[in-house]
Design a protein around this ligand. Sequence first.
Ligand code: ADP
Length: 640
Amino acid sequence: MEYPGNNIIMSGNYFSFAAIAFMILFLAFVHFNNGGFTTRTRKLLLVTVYFALAGCVVEVIAASLNADPDVSDNLIVIFYSLNMLGMFLSSMFFDRYTYAVIIPVRKNPGRSKFGVATDLITIAYIIALIINYFTHYAFAHANGELIMKPAIYILAYVAPLFFLFIGLAAIFVKRRELTRREKIALISTHLLVIFGAVVQGLLNDRVLFVSFFITIGFYVIYTVLETPDYHRLMVTNRKLADAEKRANSANKAKSMFLSSMSHEIRTPMNAVLGMNELTRMTLDDDEMSVEEKLNTISTYTDNIHSSGEALLSIINDILDLSKIESGKMTIVEAPYHIRELMNEVRDIFAVLSKEKDLKFEMDIDESLPGYISGDRIRVKQIVTNIVNNAVKYTEEGSIKVKMTGKRVDDVITYDIAVTDTGIGIKEENIDRIFESFDRIEVKATRYIEGTGLGLSIVKNLLDLMDGSIDVKSKYKQGSTFTVHIPQKVLSNELISDYRAAKTDIDEGRPEFEANGAKVLVVDDNKTNLKVAEGLLKRTGVSVKTADSGAEALDDIVKEKYSIIFLDHMMPNMDGEKVLNEIRTNPSDYELNINTPIVVMTANAMEGIKDRYVKDMGFTDYLAKPFKYSELIDILSKYLK
Ligand code: ADP
């Protein structure tokens, strides 16, 4: 049937037919060529195309019903409304697509402000269409004609174009973060659609070619930004960029670590070597009396000792951290008294504070339970670390250690707060202080020794004990570090009930005499051999030394020993091989078949003692560097 105006409308429809056919082909192609990819942008693009397709289909239906007098005017209004809604939603989703390309990884999950705003605009748009159905303020249908009022331009053009302009503005703002390819695809698509809409709106609103332009836009976007190959490339690029960032920062951390370590190690090393040189000079000094020489040398050796301890503590920190990082750090629980531990802390730091003219106070709630089970060494390490920092980072004023606590059933959580009046920490740096190797305010603290490992170890140890740490600090005024350490209560004994056991004050020189015993020491390092020999001779044992595995075996065949100290790492024949040789040929070494063989090694990683004793079969284990008292412990255990 022929109707007036049908030709124009149908000629306008040709564009829509073409667009519909094109979009269906496009969707089929995209689904077929998906390459297993479902990305956020791809999904948004597909939703955009589906709404555009729906919009076009109703548009064609509306245009063909337009001139049919049998169709009710209201139905035609509904079709046109749906057509506009389809186009509106399509442009809104295209805008979301644009945002998804511009900001590939959103920082905050959940609805953004922008998302909420578009939801509200969409609801307002739907309400506007519904109101039009009843009031015809924008468009109506009567006598086979669409009656358009100015407000239709807002619904049909301004509203959808609004999203396109917002999209263009966003592209402009983020232009530096976009690749050339993204910019070209997004800008050309936006301009194409805006151009189509303007031409249709201004020149001939019966020729429906905006949808045709939209389809061309989709095609451009898809081929440039959404093919599986391109996505794969982008994923790979992102991974590469991430890997590069990680490698760079690991490398930076490593370099900083090496430079700070070499500084930290050189400082006490310098003291050791310097003091040693001074000792030699003193010995050669003809103007000094023997007594003067002895007094001077004695202060030098004290300094050498404390520098050696400082070196050891750096190395222990590194070992601790590597244990923590490899997940091998374990908490070993045993009974102890918290008062005894706190007294030790007080004894160390009262002296150190006095040297810096700082007031040192310790305030302990004596009504808390005191006899507990936990890892005493690690708890002491935690408390020592934070008190040590307080003393280190304070130039004048005071250090206060306050211990309170809460008991729940048989768990007491001690809250130990250490307050100083030192340099303080800026708010923005507080999180950083718990990172390994990270030292803040490097300029201000340059002269203070430290590796940046302490607090990271403290935090990790506390995590292992289900404890925690918090920090309050005011820059340039002082800080309070509070640790919360849960420990198992073993009895009703209170802290105030503690009576110090009589301890050996000079723990470096325990008395031990083992005259008549014969000891063999094997080590390829001549200096270490001398150290062991010198210390052992003080106990009255007779010492034989060997500087290789082969020499040791010669001795073991010929002579009976009361105990053998055997180094592990030696060239040619190491300690383990020596031990195996003895154990597998008992008849050759029958003189020493029952002699305890103690491995003496600088290998001090977690669990290493078990490996030496349980797996390799050594009788016991002595870690280098060892103290005289540790040597005595071993001797008194085996020389009865
Ligand atoms: P280190 O003291 O060896 O540098 P830590 O891990 O113990 O390492 O501490 C990390 C950083 O935290 C320190 O370099 C210092 O800047 C800051 N810090 C720690 N304790 C204090 C404190 N009591 N007052 C001020 N700054 C502190």
